[in-house]
Design a protein around this ligand. Structure first.
Ligand SMILES: [Zn+2]
Length: 114
């Protein structure tokens, strides 16, 4: 065996030994974390839930700010502000159709239902 081949074999063996050592370290770390979290599942779930709620609020606020800071010309998909405006428009149309009056700029107009 040449010196180069011997050197490569030693390096490969050392690399393998280091990998095995790190794997065993990770394994023991995971086991100790498991022991620490044992019995605290409710607390962990609560923290994850509140963190998700906080992220949701941040994202929602950010999108709503963008709706007004950088207005889009058409209704944007996944924009909560656009969706709410559309819902309000539908509700307004429903109310106008029910009352039989058209509340325009000029005031109340009769539409013939009364
Ligand atoms: Zn929008």
């Amino acid at each position: 065996m040449s010196k180069k081949t011997t050197f490569l074999a030693v390096v490969a063996t050392l690399t393998l030994a280091v990998l095995v050592y790190h794997t065993s370290l990770l394994r023991s770390e995971i086991l100790s974390l498991r022991e620490e979290t044992n019995g605290h599942a409710e607390d962990i779930y609560f923290l994850m839930k509140s963190d998700s709620a906080r992220l949701y609020t941040i994202m929602d606020t950010e999108v709503r700010i963008l709706h007004y800071a950088k207005p889009h010309k058409h209704d944007m998909w996944a924009c909560p502000e656009c969706a709410e405006q559309k819902e309000r428009e539908k509700l307004d149309e429903k109310i106008q159709n029910k009352s039989g009056h058209n509340h325009g700029v000029t005031g109340v107009e009769k539409t013939g239902n009364n």
